[in-house]
Write a protein that binds this ligand. Structure first.
Ligand SMILES: [Zn+2]
Length: 156
């Protein structure tokens, strides 16, 4: 291990405090049938999402590797993780697993990624920007790829 090979996760003492949200989800402003489907899927995908590790550094790392060779990116990520599973919360290897964006923690979102025919990492929805994202409450600071949402919560 040389320098710069820090782990791609952080240990955190989190208690889930999202109860007041009633399981709300941010909405993509251009709400389509496709988004609804992926939201339904996602709702059941993270049943026990509190293992005390925060993979935000991994998601930032993967995002920074868009356009690069997947095998190399994957090998480096695995070497810097406790287990490989979190990689595949962001990177879809099968069409049916592709997501426009993924949720990380309570109010952080990142682009969903996939591997293209040239074996390079790419965004599933490259046109999706922070300006498209709708917060699901007024009390939290929502971010997309590390940027704060520009839209305000509009209420229910
Ligand atoms: Zn909130």
């Amino acid at each position: 291990m040389r320098g710069q090979k820090e782990p791609l996760y952080r240990r955190v003492n989190t208690r889930t405090h999202g109860v007041h949200h009633g399981g709300g989800e941010a909405r993509w402003a251009r709400n389509t049938k496709a988004t609804k489907t992926s939201e339904a899927v996602r709702g059941s995908m993270h049943p026990g999402h509190r293992h005390g590790l925060d993979y935000t550094p991994l998601y930032r790392f993967l995002l920074s590797k868009v356009g690069q060779d997947w095998d190399a990116v994957h090998a480096e990520a695995v070497a810097r993780l406790d287990r490989p599973d979190p990689i595949f919360e962001m990177v879809a290897l099968r069409k049916e697993d592709e997501q426009d964006y993924i949720r990380c923690g309570e109010s952080s979102y990142f682009s969903g990624l996939r591997v293209n025919a040239a074996n390079q990492l790419e965004k599933v929805a490259p046109d999706l920007t922070v300006d498209d994202m709708m917060p699901f409450c007024a009390c939290c600071t929502h971010t997309f790829n590390g940027e704060r949402f520009t839209r305000r919560f509009e209420g229910d």
